[in-house]
Design a protein around this ligand. Structure first.
Ligand code: AN7
Length: 352
């Protein structure tokens, strides 16, 4: 199958853009993996939309191809974003691919995963670390992009949402219809907004028959939508979703309410448990924020939420690759023991 990236694939559903302006790394077409282990544990039929397999290792590439292409069409020379890491990695890579744009990113110092920082830097973005959190960084970026000829590529940029909604199209295309439930982590709330928009548009076009209930999950230390008020000092080890005042707050609530779904929160312990179960039981390595969707399903299952829905299809968006954040993995496993380098010692260690 020929795959030239999601703009070419889903052009009829996306803003107009000429071929010459399209900036693509052939993102999208990520696998929808059936998890027998999670299906059995949850009494559901669980599919994992593994967005870690996008070119920069996260779902952000879907929105970034659209936003950077539109910036190129406009003749922008500089793009800018605030980021907990993945947006900056993606913006940096797509700016590099554009061949004409520079990229500046503002990140919260000390709170972005190592892999993401490495990506932004190797793609030659101007990386600015501030003493503050994501919400502070986004305020600065908003102010600068309003007053200078700089293109904002956070998900407030509507082209980001447009690109990201293709995740829902792919789920429907691969599954034959929308699932009954769609579980997704919520940080700045762009992705839940995008998926819901995608599901609605696909159904309206006759490409799918049903709409899912959207199940969004925030980290307990950074759960403004669940608490109904901004969180001044968000804290979670899932640094990707360490966000206290999401830009797409209202639209996330609309996705929740229109779909008859919910937005709940999961603790860091629950996130890490789901993170380990995904890796050891299904063979899928994600970053902690991504595991929030699976942690949320476990929480709901314990509460009896799925009692009436045995075997129902549920799709979890696994937003980012585990290799983004190797420190979290290493801190949560037993370190290998160092032994003598002879066969006898190795056999003993394996238990043979
Ligand atoms: C792995 O990169 O906000 O609710 O600045 O990286 O659409 O914000 C990242 C968010 C989930 C939350 N999972 O998505 C950023 C940033 C991962 C993420 C989210 C993010 P939104």
């Amino acid at each position: 199958m020929k795959w030239d990236g999601l703009i070419h694939q889903y052009r009829d559903f996306l803003p107009d853009i000429k071929d010459e302006h399209i900036v693509t790394l052939n993102e999208g077409h990520t696998p929808l993996i059936k998890s027998e282990d999670l299906s059995q544990r949850l009494g559901l039929t669980v599919y994992l939309k593994y967005e870690g397999l996008n070119p920069t290792g996260s779902f952000k590439d879907r929105g970034m191809t659209m936003a950077i292409s539109k910036a190129k069409e406009k003749g922008s020379q500089i793009v800018m974003c605030a980021s907990t890491g993945n947006t900056s990695a993606s913006a940096a890579a797509y700016s590099a691919k554009s061949g004409s744009m520079r990229c500046a990113v503002i990140i919260p110092d000390g709170n972005i995963a190592l892999g993401k920082l490495a990506q932004a830097m190797i793609h030659k973005a101007k990386v600015i670390a501030i003493k503050g959190n994501f919400d502070d960084a986004l305020n600065i970026v908003r102010e600068i992009t309003e007053n200078y000829p700089v293109e904002l590529v956070n998900s407030i940029n509507p082209f980001r949402i447009e690109g990201q909604k293709t995740g829902a199209f792919e789920v429907c295309d691969m599954l034959g219809d929308a699932p009954q439930f769609h579980a997704i982590p919520v940080g700045n709330a762009g992705n839940i907004t995008a998926y819901w928009k995608g599901y609605k548009e696909y159904k309206a076009a006759g490409k799918s028959q049903q709409l899912p209930q959207m199940l969004g999950f925030q980290a307990a230390g950074a759960a403004p939508i669940v608490l109904g008020k901004p969180v001044e000092k968000p804290e979670t080890l899932a640094t990707a979703i360490r966000i206290g005042n999401p830009a797409s707050w209202k639209m996330a609530e609309a996705a929740r309410d229109e779909s008859g779904g919910l937005i709940d929160m999961v603790t860091d312990d629950e996130i890490i448990e789901a993170y380990k179960i995904l890796a050891s039981g299904t063979g899928v390595f994600v970053e902690p924020a991504s595991a929030a969707s699976v942690a949320g399903l476990f929480k709901l299952q314990k509460q009896g939420f799925f009692e009436q829905h045995k075997g129902a299809n549920v799709v979890c968006t696994l937003t980012g690759h585990g290799l983004k954040d190797p420190n979290n993995a290493i801190n949560n496993v037993e370190k290998p023991t160092v032994i003598d380098g002879d066969i006898k010692s190795v056999l003993k260690e394996i238990g043979l």
